[in-house]
Design a binder for this molecule. Structure first.
Ligand SMILES: [Mn+2]
Length: 254
C-alpha cells in the first residue's frame, strides 16, 4: 500500500476526537504520522491520548513534536515551580491531573504560591514537592515520551513545528535558538507571506476552520482536531468536514 504522510494538529486531551479524525482520513498502518504537539490538558482524556501516542511511537516513522503545553510540563518536571500557574490556570492542566487519577483540587493558590493538600496538611509546592507529585502522577513511560518530543521536523516540501517559526529567519536556522517562536508562536509570523521554500505547517492558534495560505497551513481548531493528508493536499477534521488546500488557495488568488 502507498505510504501517505498524515499531519495531526493540537489534540488537547481529546482521545475520541483523535480516533475519529484518523478514521475519517482512513488511517492505516501503511501511513506515517506527524503530530504537531499539545497532546495534554483542557480535554478530559490526556492519559488516553498519551497511551495511544506511545503505542503509535513503536512505528519509528511517526514523529511527535513538542507543544508549549508539553514544554511547560517538562519545566515543572525539572523542578521549575514558577510554571505552576501557566500549567494549571492558563493551560487547564487540572483536566490532565484528573485524567491521571488524582484530585486537582488538592492544589490551590495563596499569596505565598501554590500548595498541595496531603492528608490534613497543606504543603508548599516547592521544587521537591513538585517533582515528587508529578513523578507519582505520570507513568515513567509517559515522561520519557514527553522528553523525546522534538521542536521541528521537515519533509521535502514541508516544515513542521508547533506554533510556526521565527519570522524572517531561514528554515535551517529554526533550531533551539528560536525555541520561543517554535513553541509559543509570534504575531509577525502570522502576517508573514514570505516564501520559505517549504510550506510551514503548525498548530497552536485555534481557528474555526484550518488556515490555508500559500506559505503556511495552521491545523489547530476550536473544538475539533484537524488532519492534513500531504499527498492529496486535503485537510479532514473530527467533525467530518474536509478542505482542499488547492481549491482554497485558487479561490483566494482569483
Ligand atoms: Mn499550543
Amino acid at each position: 500500500m502507498r505510504e501517505r504522510t498524515l499531519v495531526i494538529g493540537d489534540i488537547h486531551g481529546e482521545y475520541h476526537k483523535l480516533i475519529r479524525v484518523l478514521q475519517i482520513a482512513g488511517y492505516s498502518s501503511s501511513d506515517r504520522l506527524v503530530f504537531l504537539g499539545d497532546y495534554l490538558n483542557r480535554g478530559h482524556e490526556s492519559r488516553e491520548v498519551l497511551e495511544y501516542l506511545i503505542e503509535l511511537k513503536k512505528d519509528r516513522r511517526n514523529i511527535f513534536l513538542r507543544g508549549n503545553h508539553e514544554d511547560v510540563l517538562l519545566k515543572l518536571l525539572s523542578g521549575d515551580t514558577q510554571y505552576w500557574y501557566t500549567w494549571l490556570e492558563y493551560g487547564e492542566g487540572r483536566a490532565c491531573i484528573s485524567s491521571y487519577g488524582d484530585d486537582p483540587d488538592r492544589i490551590f493558590y495563596t499569596i505565598e504560591g501554590y500548595f498541595i493538600r496531603k492528608d490534613s496538611h497543606e504543603v508548599p509546592l516547592d521544587r521537591e514537592e513538585t517533582i515528587g507529585f508529578l513523578r507519582a502522577l505520570f507513568p515513567r513511560t509517559h515522561i520519557e515520551f514527553l522528553r523525546e518530543t522534538v521542536l521541528t521536523y521537515e519533509l521535502k516540501d514541508y516544515f513542521f513545528s508547533h506554533a510556526g517559526i521565527e519570522s524572517g529567519m531561514a528554515l535551517e536556522e529554526q533550531g533551539p535558538n528560536a525555541e520561543g517562536f517554535l513553541l509559543w508562536g509570534d504575531e509577525d509570523f502570522l502576517h508573514d507571506h514570505h516564501d520559505y521554500g517549504k510550506k510551514i505547517v503548525y498548530g497552536h492558534y485555534h481557528n474555526s476552520t484550518p488556515l490555508i495560505h500559500k506559505n503556511k497551513i495552521c491545523l489547530a481548531l476550536k473544538g475539533a482536531i484537524a488532519l492534513l493528508d500531504t499527498s492529496e493536499g486535503v485537510i479532514y477534521d473530527s467533525l467530518g468536514r474536509s478542505f482542499s488546500v488547492r481549491d482554497i488557495l485558487s479561490s483566494v488568488s482569483r
